[in-house]
Every structure is written in C-alpha cells, then in structure tokens.
Design a protein around this ligand. Sequence first.
Ligand code: ADP
Ligand code: ZN
Length: 717
Amino acid sequence: MSIISVLTPYPVDKAYDYVLPPHMTAGVGSYVTVPLGAREVVGVVFGAGEGKTDPAKLKAVLAVHDLPPLSDQHRQFVDWVASYNMMPRGMALKLTLSVPDITKPEKLALGYRRSARPEDIEGIKPLYQKLWSLASEDKPEKASELARRAGVGVGVLKTLVRQGYLEAASLPAQMPCVHPDPYRSGAVLSPDQKKAADILLSSSAKPILLDGVTGSGKTEVYFEAVAHCLKQGKQVLILLPEIALSNAFLDRFQSRFGCAPALWHSSVSASRRKTTWRGVARGECKVIVGARSALFLPYANLGLIIVDEEHDPAYKQEEGGFYHARDMAVVRGHLSKIPVILVSATPSLETMHNVWANKYTHVTLPDRYAGASLPDIKIIDLTKDKPERQRFISPMLKQALADTLSAGGQSLLFLNRRGYAPLTLCRTCGHRLECPRCSAWLIEHRSSSKLHCHHCGYHAPIPPTCPACGDKDSLVACGPGVERIFDEVTSYFPSARIDILSSDTATTHDDLKEKLSNIRDHRLDIIIGTQIIAKGHHFPKLTCVGVVDADLGLSGGELRATERTYQLLHQVAGRAGRAQEKGTVYLQTYQPGTGIMKALSAHDRDGFLSLEAKARETSHMPPYSRLAGLILSGRTEAIVRSAAQALARSAPHASGLRVLGPAEAPMFRLRGQYRFRLLVQADKNIDLQKMLKHWLSGHKLPGAVRLQVDIDPQSFS
Ligand code: ADP
Ligand code: ZN
C-alpha cells in the first residue's frame, strides 16, 4: 500500500497524505479525487507521502483521473509562485485548477451518419435517399448541417434515424488551434525586422525585450518566433493585457497561421474553457492567447512565452492572490528553460533595469514600418491658451479639430474619465457627493442619469437638493468626463459625426467591434475615448489626437504615476498617423515645463527613462529597492486601526529594512471596509519574503481583520 502527498486547491500550504488503494496507480503530477473534510475535491499528487501519520488513520484516494500528469516544471512553478507572492501553495495550485469539472471528459455534441446497408435504401422515398446518400459513412455531421445540405428539415432526418438508416455518433471535440500552420508565408520583413527576428530565433537563455516604437512591426516580428516554435511541435503562449479588446490582433493571427488561437480570458464560456484546458494539457491546443491567468494552464509542451505590452498594469492581479503575470512568466520560462519575449514600445523601468544589468537581451526596432513617420507632439499650455469658462478644449485644439475636419481627416480626443463629471459639488455649502461605502466621489453619468461609484458599483439618482444643506438646484458638475467633452465638441461641430468610446458605451464585445470598425472605416469624424482606445488599434485615417488632460494621471503621487502617464500618453499618441499621412498630437497641460512633457514632445523615451530611473534611485524605490504592501481591512475602524498599529510595533528591526505606516489607505473605505496600509521597503540583498514570513507568522491578528500581502505593489490605493 503506498502513501502519496496531495495538494488541493484551497488556501492551505500543506499537501496532505492519502492512501492509494492497491487497484489504483498514480504518479507524481497525477490528478486525483480525495476526501477533504466533508467534500470530495480534485488535487494533484506532489510527491510520496511523509509517512508521519499512522496509515490506518489516513483517508484513501477516491479516484485517479485520466489526464496527463502536471509536469515537474509546473509543480515547481506552483511552489515558486506561492513562496514569492506569499500565498498558500493550494492557492497557487488553484490558479491552475481554475476550471470546474476538468476531470470529466467533455460532453460531445451528437452528429449523424449512415447506418443501413446499401440494399435497404432502394425502396424508400427519393428525398430520403438523397439525405442518406449525402450522409457520410463514418464521419458524423451536425443534424442541422446535414439537413440543410440535403434541402430537408431536421424532422425528415429524425425519421430516417428512427427507421435505422442513419445513426447518431459523437462529433469530435471542437478543440481550438490544433493545426496552426507555421509554414504559411508571413509578411516580408524589412531588414531591421529581419535582424530582430533572427535574434529572437537564435534561442537565448535570457529573456528578451523586443522594444520598438508603435507601428514598427513588433507583432510581425514575434510571429516569426511563434512560427519557429510551432515548427518544433511545441506550444506557444501569448499574453495580452486586454484580450477582449484585441480583435485586430486575432484577425492578424488567423491570416498568418490559418486558424484562430485558443482564447483564455474571463469572458470565455465555462465549457469552452474546459475544452481548452484539456486540450492544453494533452498538447493538442498549440497557441493560447490569453490574459494573465493563461500562464497557469497545464501546458504539455510549452516552448515559448510572449508578453505583449509588458509594461501594462493589467498584468498585476490584485484580487484573490496578488501576483504579477509578467514577472511570473519570466520565472516560468526560466524553470522550463524556454524563451520569454517581452514586447513594448514603452518598457517598464523594471524591465529596462534588467536590460541595463545585462540580465535581458535587448532587441530594438528603431523605425515605424514603411516609412510612416512618428507624429508631431505639441504641448498646449493651458495657463496661456485657456478654454472658455466651463469648457475644456483650448482654442488651439479646437482649431486643430476644425482643420482636420475640413481636410477630411479623423480626430481622437483622449480623456481617461468615464461619465459626465468626476465630481458633483454643492455651490452653497461645498458638500461633495461621495459613495456611502467607499472613499471616492460619485461620478455623474448623463447616459443613465445617475451617480455611480466606479469602485463598488453603487449608483443612485442625482438628488434634486443638496443632501447636506438642502439647498435646491445648487449641485454643479465639476470637471470633465468623456460625456461632457462630447457635449462641448458637438456644440462646436454640430454636423460632425462624433461618438464616445468607453467601457460604458461599448459594453459587449460586439458593440466594441462595431465601434472600432466605425472608426477604421471613417464613419466617424471625432472619437472621444478613454484608455480603451489606446491599445494597439490601427486607425488609418486618424491624424489628429488631442489629450484633454495630460496631467490627469500625475496627481495623487503614486510611485509609478509619471511612468504610467508617459506610457499611456505615448500609446495614445501612437494612434496618430499610422498610415501615409503624418499625425499631430496635442497635449493639454498646466505643467508644460516638466520633464515628462518635454520628453514626450521630443520623442525622447530613453531620456525620460533615465530621468525616472534617477528619481527612483535617489528615493531608494524599486527597481533600486524592494517593496511589499501590507493591507489590513475590516468592518470596524477602531479595530483595524489598532490591529495595524500593533502589527507595526511588532515589525522587525534590521539594517536595510524600513517599515512605513500604518497610514489610512488612500481608499480608506472600500465596499464598506476600513483599510490601513503598511509599506515595507528593503534593500535588494534582503530576503524580503523570508523576513515577512517570520514576522507575520509570529504575530496574531484579531479575527475581524484581514491582512493581504502585496509583493512588488503596483497600486498604493
Ligand atoms: P507594432 O506591434 O510594433 O505596433 P505592428 O506589428 O502592429 O507594429 O505593425 C504596424 C503595421 O504595419 C501593421 O498594420 C502591420 O501589418 C504593418 N507591418 C509591419 N511590418 C510589416 C511588414 N514587414 N510587411 C507588411 N506590413 C507590415
Ligand atoms: Zn463605492
């Protein structure tokens, strides 16, 4: 009788021993069903049992499943993710076992094929004969398909089935991306692109940064690496930050490889995900394009990972277990000894730091493809070129919109703010309308005539009187959101075709697709968009881009505010003039003299990065030190506050280590929870996780307080 150690996808660190009954065989990596408390759960064998418990007291494995075992590298990856991010190992395994019922084979749809012997068919109606002759002898076909081809109704088909001429059989599973064709010819690469692709192919032990301006052909270049990997029969993972927005990418993939990739993100249906999960585990699905969670699929034979837009904040998972998918992708590549390609026009400072330290190979694409030139970037000083009262478009930007319109071009106004106004204020008493559950202002949305909280989803009608002083008609909207800019622009250009593109106006995939095609095919003159528009889209007619508030992301003082603003504005600017006509970008700012505005207008990305690096080094911040955020939350303010203070008092004293706080979090209240933060800052040579583990395991928190550990925090709210 053997004893095995099984890790289950629950928030526990430990794998438990179970007895494997003699009639079962299970090796390391096998998927098994085991009893856990009152439940029966699917877990993974992580090794031989410890044998500390009397075998008579151990529970027995209930079933061993017919799935390829989870690879050694993947199990190492689970352990690594858990210990780096300080999550229980079971939570890290849960990222892999994220699909319900993975152990049950897919339910296959039924199709129909011939069953009768040919001599039986002579006597029946010609209509039936036709249907029968069209049916295949071996391959089943969907009833509706077969009936359509024969020009009969499904009812006729069913009659033939009843009479025994046709029979039902399972259709093969609709597994996505089984036969992508790496030998189809791709784009003819320019000499620079070819050079870059060659470096990607000459497999390197180090991760690679593929760095090129927007429109330089980075996608075409990394498709060569995808093809190369497919030729070796291996699987490829392409991570994208917002996969739901990536229709154009998927079309390009399809035309390059002759089939769609397997998609993996939150809006893929559960049954589709199950099929894909099993296909990935069996090595049948060859290319997976997905959001961060796709990194944890049980690849049979992964040969390459690409992280597109590697700088994107969406790679950081901040709910449930915290982890950074880009960083974990690098680890996964290292454990499996496979190439990892990070792709960006505006690499993160972390990644550049690794390039400078020679830990990453740097591959650059210096120019836009086919001689398309970079847009001119003009700074509009709002202190001089003032918009009218209660308006937000400066005279210069208004003129640019008018000129573009009369020249038959297209313009984009970028404002990363949904709704009509970010703040509603009482003119009489100064009261600001806040969310009752969060430390956040309520955002007016004219489209729904309501006030919304963007953090918790609370919404309420706009009150007729001020809730504080009761004054009538005293509430005023302050500041612009995209809806307000829409009104302003419509008043200037009443006959222009104008539309808003934000997550409120494009709620479904199809809405978004339609809106994007309206832009691409020039059915719109002016688009007002949030960051949804900034990503990767290619709009050939777009020549004028106006950034309504270039300072927006800079307030608030978060560590990466400047870096993020640079990346976002650069990306928005990159939408302009991607085809033959040159584009112009206008940045409206109250701080025209700052380093970031100067760097943007001079296209001096490297200058910006070295300024930013210097600032981080001076303040001893990442990537020149390490950070961990500790977030305490609970329903009762006083309890959370005193728990946070007690935790800070128990902090270890060590040189090279600083514990800051506790402080009320910027989002002090979130969904009714009170939140306090501590920030741990450590020199790079300190084993931060080990230190934290020691500290936190020796400290007892009140039951009503929850502690979350955020290693390498991106957000400090
Ligand atoms: P990036 O990913 O760097 O922004 P893309 O790969 O999207 O750049 O390329 C920008 C545009 O130029 C796309 O429309 C792409 O099809 C086109 N393009 C890039 N390289 C080539 C090439 N070698 N041949 C044909 N078209 C190309
Ligand atoms: Zn709220």
